[in-house]
Design a protein around this ligand. Structure first.
Ligand code: ADP
Ligand code: MG
Length: 329
């Protein structure tokens, strides 16, 4: 199978082309030198891209359906963190060879999730090379309404969606299985692996936070490190803000509670791969938390003194060994 047949079979056929007018703002989809899209008049375009490399971001034997889903989900998570409505995506694929079963499952995972979020694949690039893929996602947000990393104020509540830490437990479990051990009992293993391999982007939450959150970021590299981005961006020039996080207020699932305590804290604070939203909320909006479209917990506060202070449930300071993931550290 050649490059063009491959594109047509797996990435074009599923895209309905309207003969007369626009479907989902797509004037021209896959098949020409460029796609043509029609943004909603008056909206700002939000653009993001993420790359996933075999052996770095995933295992080569990961289920291709999950990889297709996750590639899209991590990009939709970035749009969610900006409060943008997802619209169009562009796919870059490097494949060592044409494996039709792999491609079919990968494209199904990607396109099923695209359909669920009302997103259209409008183009891409396909080359031979070491297994890697990238995706660019475009979304829309009204002018001045995007959620940004800058904007947190002293006294704001620090909030997080879902249960950060479970994805890291999933990764640790996978690695433990490779060395013939099992970190998690059977009852929790499937849940943790699902959190790692099928993250659910918080798109609805991002939209609900427009006009409420003073800053936001999605957790990809570890909660403490990603909070650091908010503290750096929100401070005055050269003058970072600080924060205090209380571990007693972090959501604790039975899965996380089954792990040794310091491991749980390490995963919650520095695990990464959560794709939850971490945001700050002015205290007068505290009552709005119950009306948000998913579970949200208040885990700390923004403070004027620079630095991150972590409090264990007994009130003693907790020192984190590693803040999060850095590709070049
Ligand atoms: P060009 O050489 O002009 O850049 P290509 O031959 O690379 O075009 O691609 C042909 C068409 O197929 C283009 O519309 C491109 O956007 C699309 N395309 C290529 N690879 C993919 C892919 N993996 N997924 C979706 N569309 C793709
Ligand atoms: Mg061309």
């Amino acid at each position: 199978m050649g490059e063009f047949e491959l594109i047509q079979r797996y990435f074009q056929a599923s895209v309905a082309q309207a003969d007369d007018g626009l479907v989902d703002g797509v004037v021209l989809g896959v098949g020409d030198d460029c796609a043509l899209v029609q943004p909603t008049p008056g909206q700002v375009l939000a653009v993001t891209t993420d790359t996933m490399v075999s052996g770095v971001h995933f295992f080569s034997d990961d289920a291709p359906y999950d990889l297709g889903h996750k590639l899209l989900a991590v990009n939709l998570s970035d749009l969610a963190a900006m409060g943008a409505v997802p619209r169009w995506i562009v796919l870059n694929l490097a494949l060592p060879a044409v494996d039709e079963a792999w491609l079919a499952a990968f494209s199904q995972g990607l396109l099923a999730t695209a359909q669920r979020f009302g997103v259209r694949l409008v183009g891409g690039d396909t080359v031979r090379g070491q297994l890697a893929f990238g995706l660019t996602a475009m979304g829309e947000v009204p002018p001045g309404r995007a959620l940004r990393r800058a904007g947190a104020k002293v006294g704001d509540l620090i909030c997080v969606s879902g249960v950060p830490g479970e994805a890291a437990a999933g990764l640790a479990h996978r690695l433990s299985m490779r060395s013939g051990e099992r970190l998690l009992p059977e009852e929790f293993a499937a849940q943790a692996l699902a959190r790692l391999q099928r993250p659910e982007p918080r798109v609805a939450l991002g939209l609900a936070l427009r006009g409420l959150a003073s800053s936001a970021v999605d957790i990809s590299d570890g909660l403490a490190q990603d909070l650091g981005h908010i503290l750096a961006a929100s401070g005055a020039a050269g003058n970072e803000l600080g924060a205090c996080l209380e571990l007693a207020h972090f959501p604790l699932s039975p899965l996380l509670a089954s792990l040794p305590q310091t491991l749980t804290w390490q995963y919650q604070l520095a695990g990464g791969d959560d794709y939850e939203l971490l945001f700050t909320l002015p205290p007068e909006f505290m009552n709005c938390i119950n009306e948000l479209p998913c579970n949200v917990n208040v885990i700390g506060r923004i403070e004027a003194a620079p630095g991150l202070r972590l409090l264990a449930p007994d009130g003693s300071p907790f020192i984190l060994e590693r803040l999060g993931h850095d590709h070049f550290a």
